[in-house]
Design a protein around this ligand. Structure first.
Ligand SMILES: [Zn+2]
Length: 304
């Protein structure tokens, strides 16, 4: 369609273009997966374009296998942070914790300088070793401190005890707590934050479609008061991620294409809706600044 515009119309159109492209405030996504089951649906170039569309100025990418994150990083080095995932094939989400080669591979990955973190490491009740026997996890946490990079851990238990113990034992490691414990209510999340300064809570997949048992908002979309109070008490300790995995009826599907990146708008529309209910400075910290600062990109990337 060709629109006929006079000069004033063209000027207005030109003035409006930058605002319509980036009408939404900039955000940082601390939880992106790029898996081999996602490549056919969303190419690396498509993924970068989707981040641009959503005004996601920084994205932390977990590749499965790890090298896939580097494909995104090579296309947009300022925008993408790659963290090292030890998962190479289906089932590694529970095997990694018993496999000593995980530590060797993680050390080599960090030493290469191509990865700025480790994760996501799943520690799920019924599959994970007890903390006393979690030798691989402990060595990875020590590596995080040695290389001064964060370690992203996904815990899934009905109580916060595992994280309370882990974070206390590794005070020099920055722990990114994926989904802030996934199942836990805000009071349990607060116990961990109060106990350990080194933990930052992620809010990826705490949306109406995934971890629904302790939702952030009412069905009408209002941020629940317990969560709001927690965000206001610890504005420097939370971050948002989309966790673009879809469909979500089974953990770590390998037999079906994953269209999660095509749902990026859905996930971020939800997160932006509750962020907008916080004071602007807190929303900017949680939505963008905390993640950008943790990965040392505050100089290059602007959150306003
Ligand atoms: Zn997770």
């Amino acid at each position: 369609m060709i629109l006929k515009m006079n000069r004033a119309g063209i000027l207005m159109w030109l003035l409006c273009v930058p605002f319509t492209l980036h009408a939404q405030p900039p955000v940082a996504d601390m939880h992106l997966h790029y898996k081999w089951t996602q490549q056919d649906v969303t190419s690396p170039a498509d993924a970068i374009a989707l981040l641009e569309q959503q005004n996601i100025v920084m994205g932390v990418v977990i590749g499965t296998p790890a090298e896939l994150a580097l494909e995104l990083q090579s296309l947009a080095p300022d925008r993408i942070v790659s963290i090292f995932s030890p998962y190479r094939e289906g089932g590694d989400w529970h095997r990694w914790a018993y496999d000593g080669s995980t530590v060797t591979r993680a050390r080599a990955a960090l030493a290469s300088g191509r990865y700025q973190g480790i994760g996501e490491l799943h520690v799920i009740g019924g599959f994970a070793p007890t903390l006393e026997k979690a030798v691989v996890l402990k060595k990875l946490l020590a590596l995080g401190a040695e290389f001064e990079v964060p370690v992203m851990i996904h815990t899934e238990f009905s109580r916060p005890d595992f994280m309370l113990n882990v974070c206390g034992q590794f005070p020099d490691t920055h722990i990114l707590w994926a989904h802030s414990g996934a199942l836990l209510e805000p009071g349990a999340v607060e116990r961990v934050l109060a106990h350990c300064d080194n933990v930052r809570g992620g809010l990826g997949a705490r949306d109406p479609w995934r971890f629904v048992n302790n939702p952030l908002t009412s069905e009408a979309g209002t941020l629940l008061p317990e969560w709001k109070a927690l965000f206001l008490k610890y504005p420097e300790r939370f971050m948002v991620g989309s966790d673009p995995v879809w469909p979500v009826d089974q953990l770590d599907r390998w037999d079906e294409a994953d269209s999660g990146w095509q749902e990026l708008g859905r996930f971020w529309t939800f997160h932006r809706s509750w962020l907008a209910q916080l004071p602007a400075d807190v929303a900017r910290q949680i939505g963008c600044e905390n993640a950008v600062a943790l990965f040392g990109r505050s100089e290059q990337l602007k959150c306003n």
